[in-house]
Design a protein around this ligand. Sequence first.
Ligand code: URA
Length: 250
Amino acid sequence: MNRSDYTKTISLIKTYVAEEKDWYGDELSYDAAAKSSVLPVSAADTARADAERVLMKKSSSALEKLRKEICDCVRCPLGKTRINFVFGTGNPRARLMFVGEGPGFSEDHQGEPFIGRAGKMLTKIIEAMGMLRSDVYIANIVKCHPMKDASNPELHGNDRPPTPEEMAFCMPYLERQIECIKPVVICTLGTTASQGLLGVDTVIGKLRGNMVDYKKYKLMPTYHPAALLRNPALKRDLWEDMKQIKKILA
Ligand code: URA
């Protein structure tokens, strides 16, 4: 390594550490580094990898079958005004699944959940946990864009939370999606998703941080990434919630 490569590497490490500190304070995580280390492959590892490939294929085709079955849904009024049906994305065998409120402008236009500003914040959260977006599964409690003015999908700032009726129409889809993925932990993001899945009307400030049983799964309600954009002080609490999830997944 020459002097210039060495300087570049040091500068990359400094940027990485600064970003990590922003998230963890002084509690740096080495998960990502540990993940990328090269370990000897045993026969048991190979057998596990083969079994995992079979399960991955099964889960992936079950999800695709479900997507094809429901992607033209017009059972509720949201289906009649959406641009794209936003099914969900990620690892079909994710151990961690995030559930948000519903597609916004960008998601409706591109057909993928959490790709706007809140989505970028969610990506940061996932990476701060030592994972990639492709390791987890991301979906919403409703699959179509709830708009304040349903006649104008091209209007920015036209998002609203789904109504209880809209959620009731869409909930069976999410439930079937969860059954395909079988995550260890479901993390609900914000009031709407948390109240919707848990069937309660408790405020998110009281729900967050309390891991509960939801069917066969663990469920952790936490703040919506958009709330962190409005109020960065909430990052600390959210990080405490993510630490509990990491413990369960360890
Ligand atoms: N907010 C959500 O809750 N879901 C998305 O997909 C995007 C923003």
